[in-house]
Every structure is written in structure tokens, then in C-alpha cells.
Design a protein around this ligand. Structure first.
Ligand code: BGC
Length: 750
């Protein structure tokens, strides 16, 4: 990579010792700021630059310790051994001149040891409390191993399933991402950042990374300021308001400016408009990567542009250490800029209480994989599963089932069901569907197993006949298919989203036996499964469900739990429809849904005989499954939608009520969703925007009146003058089970 060697051997100019300034609980920020200033006043330039330097272990531990001793390192990432960390911390707080503790970072993305569903899966729960609980557990486990800081939540709006990092996202919607992203921050940071079980959050990647051209990771984005402000920035603004301690810049360049050198987003938006007072870290080597972008000619210019834009800490490329001094001497960087960066970093170190408790206690019982953590991970996996199809109510399985054929490469894939970004989780703790079914039902039901293919990309078809043979003997086939963990996540983009390898052939072959097929998908992204769904009687979709995926799926299949997940992202029918998302603007010739598609076109049809609306001749515009979609074993009916008034002022609060009835046979939970359309604006507006959602537990036959309150000011957007305001006019409002269905009413804002 572009890593420049960290220059070692700075001379210590001052020799005085710093007595740790500690923040006692309840102390005011003023005291903390005084502590920061006192410390800053004693720092040499080299020590200041050291605080701005984050390293990943690059050599001998003794070399690293020497750097820490000299005050050349402010943060370390990717060390998770508590003994080694305590040893390094000891060097920092006992042997370095100013005794400033290190802040230890780690990617704790969806669990530390106990792995929860990938964030995209957690988003399908539409359950902020569950998401918060998951992050709390991750923080408890990670902090017990010496981690102070996670690089999460990832709150990039992701509207392109080719992009592998969609797995780490909370989906395509700005509001859902804001609600769930802030829930994660609360979970990581706990009630008080100085609690030893709290870890600093780092909303990332600031900003626009998910809009990578063509879904190719790291690719350029072209997001105009209005779209940035209306869609991509709100989750970050909500995170700043929630008190997120740090932010991470993104790899992409937007309209030609890499985020790591983007003064507008870092200085104007983040600091001036939102008043953020934590610190900003670059992404891995993203300062140096501004050279490849063609934005900087060398490491020195990259350091200059990053620090002047507002990147306080540099992750791993070492360019600040190598160049800031020279840049200061040349007047290209101001001392004030350096001081502000160091202030931001020290402020967070104080808030985390690192000066009070720099060490991790290694003499306490382990909290890793605690029973209640596993239980919560199972709950999360249950609520994250989305039932996409259930023909003739084939699910849940009844006690009439005598023989089950378990097939597919994901039935027993302990590593792969954990998903991407699992650095610490151990696959030996994973409970797979096959093992769970054997353990929990093996005494009553004959469970036959023939995977058909060895792994998801396996193109060999030689195992398919064995799968077909067990399908013939069974009452039902459970086909576990999907993606291996390596196929999603960073730098893992795909151009084809069909099931990989011979999986579709496997499903089709067993389906031809006539035995009903329940397809259970485990994947890191929406896949184009139209053909597979068509030959399956039921489809249960799980974004990689984590450690407890097996027990969660078994409970769902047998009706001990009822599916309640809803799609946090649109499922395209085919890759060519991408980007496809529910909250798009309208064209002047909107798709009607009844257009003649390819097969209906007469030979030599006249040029205008098909009409002139906006759609794909071969695929239409509707996705396979819309945002917000997800079935249950029961049925729900929505009735009596009403709004408090059909004429509102911008300062009013709208109250929306609706009756939701469980009209089926199972106790279940429905996620009711409220969408609004601002019909006419000074700029065109999305056809629908999610504004509220709520989970409603309903016993079979039960009816509840659900009330939503929505301040009209939440309908504000950045208008033609780039001012955030509610524009008077007509609005439509829907409440329903997904972004395509629901009861509709309207109101006017005067
Ligand atoms: C990723 C970040 C991650 C960082 C540290 C980068 O490659 O983009 O999301 O936090 O590495 O591991």
C-alpha cells in the first residue's frame, strides 16, 4: 500500500511530567475542557502529532512499545489481546512523558464474540431496542478484552446490492438508518461514555460511500448537495446529535473531492452546522489514497489536505507523522489546526475515562458468549428473518412431518452464516440449522442430509443426485442456500446477483421430485432469486444470521416463533433494474405497472404502440419484493386510517391513527409503516418517504388502534434555495405493511 514509514526518534523538548487530569463522574464539561487545555499546553509538537497517529501493529512489540513511549502513537487498532494491550497501555501511562493513554480501536460491527445478524439483517427487525441491545452486548464483550472504540455503526445509505458493503449497512432508507444507527450508538456508548463497558462509536463512512458507481467498492460517487443533505447526511446528523464520539471519513470521492480531503463536509457541515466536538478519523490509509485518486501528488500534500479539511486522526498511513512538522514550518498548516485536532482527540479520551481506568481488568469472569448474549442473538436472528413467500401456508411445519430432506451448502456452514466483518467471533460456537434440527427434532423426525454442493460457489453438480434421492424420501425439502461470508463486505462487489454455483440447479432439481421445497437463504445482500422462489413453496430470507442462526431458523420453521422481519432494502428482479429503491422521484412519464412487456409485443409493432412511460421492456419497474415487505404466518388487516386534521401548520403535530387486526390463527407481530409524499415542491420530491414505523404484537384475532405522532416540521427538506423548510402544499400519507401497500389519506400544510 502507500504506507510511509513512521519516522521514529523524536526528541522530547519538555521534560515535565503530567499528572493525569481525571474527569470525575458528574464533573462539568468545563472541567474537562480545562483538563484538555492543561494537557495541550504541555505537549510538544511531536507529541501532538503522535496523538493524531493511529497505528496497526506493524512490527516487533518492542518497536511499538518504543514508539508509544516516545509519545508518537495516540491509538492502536487491531490488537485484542488484553494482556498485550495492558502492557502497551502501561508504557503509555507510566513511561511516556505526558502519560496520555492510548485509545484502542477495533471493528466490532455486529457483535464481538457473540455474533449477531449482519447489520442489514438487524435492520430487518425494524426494532431499535433490539439493535441497541445487540450493540450493548457487543460493547460489553469487546470492552472486556480491552477495546475502547468500535468503527461502527456503518450508516451509509445503500441502494445497490452489487455493493458488498450493503451487508454492513442498515439498508436503503435514510429514516430507518437514522433510527437504528442512533440505537446502535446508544448501545455501544451506554449511559455514560466513562463506564468501563462503554465503547466509543464511530459512525461511518462520512459520506456518500454507499453510492459507489456501479456498486463497485471505492468507486466515485456523484451526489449533488441537495441529495446529500436530504438522503445521505441525515443519519450522520442524527448520530452527531446522539453524541457519537467519533466519525470516520469515507474512501470515495464525491463529485471529484475525496471525503478525507473534503472541507465542506468536515468543517462546514460536521463542525459548523452540527457542532460536533468529537474527533474524526480517516479510513484505513484513506489519506494516502488521495494520491491514487489523483487529488494529491504525494504524501505531503495528502497530509496537508487531510489535516486542513478536518481529519484529526490518521489511520495507519503515517503521513501526519512524516509531514506535518514540515507543513507547519512552511505555513501550509496552522498550529491552531493541529491544536484543535489534538483537543478533539483528548476530549474523547477524557470522556471515555481512559485517564482514570486505562487498563482492562483481566481478573474477572469472562462475559464472552454469555448465555444471555446468545439468547439475545437468537432473538435478533428471529426478528431479522423475512418470510418472502409461503404458498398454502406450508410454513410453519406441522407434526405431520415425518421425514425432512436437508440440502444446500448453507445448512451446515458455521463460518459462513456469521457473515462479513467477523474478526473475533469463533465459528466453533456457531449453531447451524442442520445441527440444530438434528439436536432438537432428530428424535421425532427423520432428518436426511445431502448438501448437493460443497459451498455456495461450487459449480460441481455431482452431488445433486444424492440431494434428489433424499428429497424423494421426504415430506419436505429444506434447501439452505445463499452466499458464503466472503462474497459480501468490503471490496466484495458482484455484477451478478443470482445464486452462485450450482445452487439454482440444485433447487430446481429437487423441486422436480414434487416434494415441496422451503428455500432458506442466508446471504449478505439481496439476491435475484425470482426463479428459485418460483419453484419453492416458501422462502425464508436471512441476511447472515450469526452465531445463533440455526436455533432461530429452526424455531421459525416449526412455528415456535413467527416471522416479523421486513425488508430494509428493495429486492430487484434482475441486476439490470439497479438502482431500484422505493423512495425515488417521479419522472414526467411515470411507470403505470400495466405496460406491455417484451413477450406481449407484436412483431413489427409501431414505434409508439407501447406508450411512452419510463420502464424496462424486459423486466418492468417493479422489484421482486418492495422495501418494507415481509409476510407472517398470520394475516393482518388495516382499517380506519385517520389524521388529526387535514389542514396543518408547519408548527403543528400530526396525529395519525389506524386499526390493525390480526385476522389469522397465530399470535404475531406486525411492523406498521407510515409513509408520506410531498406532492409538489420547489424541487421534485420522492414518491414516498418512510416517516414512522412501529412493531405491534397482536394475539390471534386481536385488534389494536395504533397512534403515530409526526411533527409537521419533520416534513422539511432542502428546497430549491438549499434551505431546509416545510413547503406548504398537498401531502399524501399511507399506513400499511410495506412501501407498496397500505391505506391512504391526504392533508394540506398551509
Ligand atoms: C474499512 C473501515 C474499517 C477500517 C478499519 C477499512 O478498510 O473501510 O470500515 O473500519 O478498515 O479496519
Amino acid at each position: 500500500m502507500y504506507m510511509e514509514k513512521v519516522r521514529l526518534g523524536f526528541a522530547c523538548v519538555l521534560t515535565c511530567c503530567f499528572m493525569a487530569c481525571t474527569q470525575s463522574p458528574g464533573s462539568t464539561d468545563k472541567k474537562l475542557e480545562t483538563n484538555v487545555e492543561n494537557l495541550l499546553a504541555q505537549m510538544t509538537l511531536e507529541e501532538k502529532i503522535g496523538q493524531m497517529n493511529q497505528i496497526s501493529p506493524w512490527g516487533e512489540p518492542t518497536q511499538i512499545a518504543e514508539s508509544v513511549r516516545k509519545g508518537e502513537v495516540g491509538s492502536i487498532l487491531n490488537v485484542v489481546d488484553p494482556v498485550a494491550l495492558n502492557a502497551l497501555q502501561q508504557v503509555a501511562v507510566e513511561e511516556s512523558r505526558l502519560k496520555i493513554p492510548l485509545i484502542i480501536g477495533r471493528d466490532v460491527i455486529h457483535g464481538f464474540k457473540t455474533i449477531f445478524p449482519i447489520p442489514l439483517g438487524q435492520a430487518a427487525s425494524f426494532n431499535p431496542q433490539l439493535v441497541e441491545d445487540g450493540a450493548r452486548i457487543a460493547a460489553i464483550e469487546a470492552s472486556s478484552m480491552g477495546v475502547h472504540w468500535t468503527f461502527a455503526p456503518m450508516i451509509d445509505i445503500a441502494r445497490d446490492p452489487r455493493w458488498g458493503r450493503i451487508a454492513e449497512s442498515l439498508g436503503e432508507d435514510s429514516y430507518l438508518t437514522s433510527v437504528l444507527g442512533t440505537a446502535m450508538i446508544r448501545g455501544f456508548q451506554g449511559k455514560d461514555l466513562s463506564d468501563p463497558t462503554s465503547i466509543a462509536a464511530c459512525p461511518k463512512h462520512f459520506v456518500g460511500y454507499g453510492a459507489a458507481e456501479g456498486g463497485r467498492d471505492y468507486a466515485s460517487t456523484f451526489i449533488p448537495e441537495r441529495v446529500l443533505r436530504n438522503v445521505y447526511l441525515p443519519p450522520f446528523e442524527a448520530s452527531a446529535k446522539e453524541g457519537a464520539a467519533t466519525f470516520m471519513t469515507s474512501f470515495n470521492d464525491n463529485d471529484g473531492v475525496p471525503s478525507t480531503g473534503n472541507r465542506f463536509i468536515l468543517e462546514q457541515v460536521l463542525r459548523k452546522e452540527w457542532g460536533f466536538d468529537g474527533f474524526v478519523v480517516s479510513d484505513w490509509a484513506s489519506v494516502a489514497e488521495m494520491i491514487s485518486h489523483g487529488f494529491c501528488k504525494d504524501g505531503k500534500e495528502a497530509a496537508e489536505k487531510a489535516v486542513n479539511a478536518g481529519v484529526d486522526m490518521e489511520m495507519v498511513s503515517g503521513l501526519y507523522v512524516n509531514h506535518i512538522k514540515e507543513l507547519l514550518n512552511e505555513g501550509k498548516v496552522k498550529m491552531e489546526t493541529i491544536d484543535n485536532a489534538v483537543r478533539n482527540i483528548l476530549r474523547i479520551k477524557f470522556r471515555l475515562g481512559l485517564f482514570d481506568h486505562p487498563y482492562v481488568d483481566t481478573n474477572v469472569p469472562s462475559v464472552l458468549y454469555a448465555r444471555e448474549h446468545l439468547q439475545k442473538a437468537k432473538e435478533a436472528a428471529i426478528e431479522s428473518a423475512i418470510l418472502l413467500k409461503n404458498e398454502n401456508g406450508i410454513l410453519p411445519l406441522t407434526d405431520k412431518i415425518r421425514t425432512i430432506a436437508v440440502i444446500g451448502p448453507m445448512a451446515d456452514a458455521p463460518h459462513d452464516q456469521l457473515g462479513t466483518w467477523v474478526f473475533d467471533g469463533d465459528k466453533n460456537y456457531t449453531r447451524t440449522p442442520l445441527k440444530t434440527l438434528q439436536e432438537e427434532y432428530g428424535d421425532r423426525i427423520r432428518i436426511l442430509y445431502a448438501p448437493g454442493t460443497a459451498y455456495t460457489r461450487d459449480k460441481q453438480t455431482s452431488g445433486i443426485p444424492a440431494a434428489v434421492a433424499i428429497a424423494r424420501q421426504a415430506d419436505i425439502v429444506l434447501a439452505f442456500v445463499g452466499e458464503e461470508a466472503i462474497l459480501s463486505g468490503e471490496a466484495h462487489s458482484l455484477a451478478n446477483l443470482n445464486l452462485q454455483g450450482a445452487q439454482s440447479e440444485l433447487i430446481a432439481s429437487v423441486a422436480r421430485t414434487g416434494t415441496p421445497v422451503v428455500t432458506v437463504v442466508m446471504a449478505g445482500r439481496p439476491l435475484t432469486i425470482e426463479q428459485d422462489a418460483a419453484v419453492s413453496q416458501a422462502v425464508l430470507y436471512n441476511f447472515h444470521p450469526g452465531t445463533m442462526g440455526g436455533p432461530a431458523i429452526a424455531d421459525l420453521l416449526f412455528g415456535k416463533a413467527v416471522p416479523s422481519g421486513k425488508l430494509p432494502v428493495t429486492f430487484p428482479r434482475t441486476v439490470g433494474q439497479i438502482p431500484v429503491y422505493y423512495s425515488h422521484n417521479n419522472t414526467g412519464r411515470p411507470y403505470q405497472g400495466n405496460e406491455t412487456l417484451l413477450d406481449g409485443i407484436e412483431p413489427e409493432a409501431g414505434q409508439t404502440s407501447l406508450g411512452n412511460t419510463s420502464f424496462y421492456l424486459d423486466a418492468g419497474n417493479y422489484p421482486l419484493y418492495p422495501f418494507g415487505y415481509g409476510l407472517s404466518y398470520t394475516t393482518f388487516e388495516y382499517g380506519n386510517l385517520s389524521v388529526s386534521s387535514d389542514r396543518m401548520k408547519p408548527s403543528d403535530e400530526l396525529t395519525v391513527t389506524i386499526e390493525v387486526t390480526n385476522t389469522g390463527k397465530y399470535d404475531a407481530t406486525e411492523v406498521a409503516q407510515l409513509y408520506v409524499q410531498d406532492c409538489f415542491g420547489s424541487v421534485t420530491r420522492p414518491v414516498k418517504e418512510l416517516k414512522r414505523f412501529t412493531r405491534i404484537p397482536l394475539k390471534a384475532g386481536e385488534k389494536k388502534v395504533v397512534t403515530f405522532t409526526l411533527p409537521v416540521e419533520e416534513l422539511a427538506f432542502y428546497n430549491i434555495d438549499m434551505k431546509k423548510m416545510v413547503e406548504p402544499g398537498d401531502f399524501n400519507l399511507w399506513v400499511g405493511p410495506n412501501s407498496r401497500e397500505g391505506l391512504q389519506t391526504s392533508f394540506v400544510v398551509e
